[in-house]
Design a protein around this ligand. Structure first.
Ligand code: SF4
Length: 380
């Protein structure tokens, strides 16, 4: 990037909009962070991967994962041919595993329906599992240079502040307005193939300058056109969305080590963290004491199937909270000791297995369950 011709805008009257467009693009070409999915040689496949990873995960956590993922699955064909468990294992730590499953399904569709080439238009991209309006517009404009509007949370905030537009983040009316505003701005970019520079510039501006709290207006390239700044309303535009009400649940995680191996089971095929691995875990709406936990385990309740028949003894060693979008999960970590043998006859779909630490680390597991293992290893 860095070409002067990208800075041209269609509106020769130099309206406020055209000055905003030019200001954002010029700033982005100068100040863009050197992220691994940016720059020359960006492919549709890399765009699919980065879009999937960046949904609901911060850039800093994605960078290393993205590189490792592309080393393991360097092309859409390689990923399409891989087993789902291998894809999930490479996703470990990023959370929201549904995204990995959808990405895998998208890769398979690209191979089966599009000859192994990621489609270039928004309408075709929308046929891929997990690709919504935002991701489709992002790949079409940033990777393939299509003139497409693009709105994510960062863009919405910048546009709302520039125009001092009232509304709550996530309000459908405000979102509709932002898409239409983005369409107006992107129509001013010349040549059309540079539309991605404006889109990515607005996203970058929202990520590093026009942040939700305490925007750095003194460093903003378009501050002279910002109505929220003029009105002293940068702190209240857009109004924050109402905090979600999270259901409170308690997960009692039982870590059983034997001969350097840990007992693991696979979660059911549906629901939260589906098909990921974990230590035997009893879920409840309240905290269970050791005695009650022992009784539930003895009954094989919650599919754990560890019981008094195995001479199980439990010692609580830690507790921590893990928040998901809809749940406030308190993890209660127990160290368990068993006398008899514990085979794979549990009622969990994948049964239970003994695995070494290294093997456990390679299995797809939620970050909360990884933390359980780390806590227990320290305390063992
Ligand atoms: Fe955001 Fe401040 Fe720039 Fe306005 S001047 S767009 S509030 S950073």
């Amino acid at each position: 990037m860095g070409r002067r011709d990208l800075l041209a805008v269609r509106d020769s009257r130099f309206s406020r909009d055209s000055l905003v467009v030019a200001g954002v693009m010029r700033w982005f070409l100068r100040a863009a962070r050197p992220l691994p999915w940016r720059g020359r040689g960006r492919s549709g496949y890399a765009g699919l991967v980065s879009e999937a990873m960046l949904q609901q995960t911060q850039v800093g956590r994605v960078v290393d994962r993205y590189r490792a993922f592309l080393l393991r699955f360097p092309s859409v064909r390689v990923m399409a041919a891989a087993r789902e468990q291998s894809v999930l294992a490479m996703w470990s730590g990023l959370g929201y595993y549904r995204r990995a499953r959808l990405l895998h399904a998208a890769a398979r569709l690209v191979v089966s329906e599009f000859g192994g080439r990621v489609p270039r238009t928004v309408s075709s991209l929308l046929r891929l599992p997990g690709v919504g309006r935002y991701s489709a517009a992002s790949i079409a404009s940033l990777v393939y240079g299509k003139r497409e509007p693009l709105v994510d949370g960062n863009v919405l905030r910048v546009l709302a502040r520039l125009d001092a537009r009232s509304g709550r983040t996530g309000d459908p009316g405000l979102v509709r307005w932002a898409w239409s505003r983005s369409r107006e701005l992107v129509s001013l970019v010349e040549p059309a193939s540079a539309a991605g520079v404006l889109n990515e510039g607005l996203m970058e501006l929202g990520a590093v300058v026009c942040t939700p709290r305490n925007p750095r207006c003194s460093a903003c390239p378009v501050s002279s056109h910002c109505r929220a700044l003029e009105l002293g309303r940068t702190g209240s535009i857009p109004a924050s969305r109402q905090a979600p009400v999270r259901k409170r649940v308690h997960h009692h995680a039982i870590v059983v080590w034997r001969d350097g191996r840990v007992l693991l089971e696979q979660r059911p095929a549906s629901g939260m963290w589906s098909r990921l691995w974990q230590v035997p875990t009893v879920e409840a709406g309240r905290v269970l004491g050791v005695a009650e936990l022992g009784r539930r385990l003895a009954r094989g309740g919650d599919g754990v199937g560890l019981g008094v028949g195995h001479g199980l003894s439990l010692r609580k060693c830690d507790r921590f909270v893990h928040q998901t979008t809809h749940r406030h999960v308190t993890f209660h970590v127990f160290l368990g000791k068993v006398g008899g043998s514990v085979g794979s006859a549990g009622s969990h779909p994948g049964g239970r297995v003994w695995r070494s630490w290294d093997q456990a680390c390679r299995l797809p597991m939620s970050s909360a369950q990884r933390r359980v293992l780390e806590v227990a290893q320290t305390d063992a």
